[in-house]
Design a protein around this ligand. Structure first.
Ligand code: SF4
Ligand code: MG
Length: 332
């Protein structure tokens, strides 16, 4: 498949009174058309800031300092606000943690949805209304005509999420960025919403960046995964390979901290000890060095590069350098 999105050395900081918080410190990855990629990592790893940077929604005191965000070869970071608004409406959509941030509380659902549709698709009122009802049905809302007449506060949390998804996909985006779309919802609704998103994705050939804490959600819904820590990508690759055979100690730690069920008994989870690095004054070496069980001398001195493993995996860890050297020695 063709490349849809190419993020190159993206750096985003927040310039606060206490100093520069380097939330995203140089992130690169690509996403193919129709591909679903999970972004995982603890809170404060830079996932949400990275996603907002991709869609140019960073507000002061935040600023994108460097990098490229190429959507089908065009760098979004050099576009005007006007161009960005049209790209956000047509090619990229964002589903945020808070559905209310996407809605106007004093305007009826129907009017909000049809406004988006008429603005982006140049349809008349009647056609837009029909399409809006169809979209609500698509996201699993059974009596859409009723819902269209309601205000956002009249809807349950799960219903609001569905309406937000309907709004996001009303413009048939090629890329949907979903930031923890499900955390606030109960498990059944969560699963339903993820099903809806998968369904839309296969029908519309939409690519997705799914940002979540939940590794289970990633293994069930994504083809690729990006593991972030301290504003950097620690490991990246096909979900199956990364989860079955993690190369980075941080990925290993995340997987170990997953609650597992063995014979119906919930095993004790082993959290990663320690705290994430201070991004006001990030360490010069590996950001995970303070918490890593394998830290070596070089780790605190020098930031590890992204070591490639095969065609489509990488790990940012000095252990891989040793692996490469070992393999080299064996070949001699
Ligand atoms: Fe651990 Fe060193 Fe690898 Fe960092 S580079 S994850 S400290 S082994
Ligand atoms: Mg977040």
């Amino acid at each position: 498949a063709k490349t849809l999105l190419e993020v190159k050395d993206l750096k985003t900081s927040f310039f606060t009174e206490t100093g520069e918080v380097q939330a995203v410190r140089g992130v690169s990855f690509t996403l193919k058309k129709g591909e679903v990629c999970g972004i995982v990592g603890e809170s404060g790893s830079g996932k949400s800031v990275m996603a907002k940077s991709v869609i140019s929604l960073i507000q002061p005191p935040g600023r994108i300092k460097e990098g490229k965000v190429n959507l089908k070869g065009e760098n979004l970071l050099v576009k005007s606000q006007k161009e960005l608004r049209s790209i956000r409406g047509n090619q990229i959509a964002l589903i945020s943690q808070d559905p209310m941030s996407a809605m106007n509380p004093v305007i009826k659902i129907g009017k909000q949805l049809t406004e988006v549709i008429t603005r982006h698709q140049g349809l008349g009122k009647k056609a837009a209304e029909a399409l809006a009802a169809g979209l609500l049905r698509q996201v699993g809302i059974s009596s859409p005509e009723e819902r269209l007449k309601q205000y956002p506060h009249e809807l349950s949390g799960g219903m609001k999420q569905r309406v937000m998804i309907a709004m996001a996909i009303s413009c048939r985006p090629e890329l949907l960025i979903a930031d923890e779309p499900t955390t606030a919802l109960d498990v059944t609704i969560q699963a339903q919403i993820l099903d809806i998103m998968q369904d839309l994705r296969s029908k519309n050939d939409m690519a997705m960046l799914l940002i979540t804490h939940d590794l289970g959600v990633v293994s069930q819904n994504c083809e690729r995964v990006i593991v972030m820590y301290g504003g950097l990508v620690m490991e990246e690759g096909p979900v199956k390979e990364v989860f079955q055979n993690p190369k980075h100690p941080y990925t290993e730690g995340l997987l170990r901290s997953l609650p597992k069920m063995t014979n119906g008994v919930k095993e004790r989870l082993i959290p990663i000890q320690g705290t994430p690095p201070d991004l006001l004054d990030p360490p010069k070496g590996c950001p995970f060095a303070e918490r890593c069980p394998y830290t070596m001398g070089i780790c605190k001195e020098q930031m590890p590069p992204h070591f490639k493993i095969g065609d489509d995996r990488s790990t940012m860890c000095w252990l891989e350098d040793q692996e490469i050297k070992k393999r080299g020695d064996m070949n001699e």
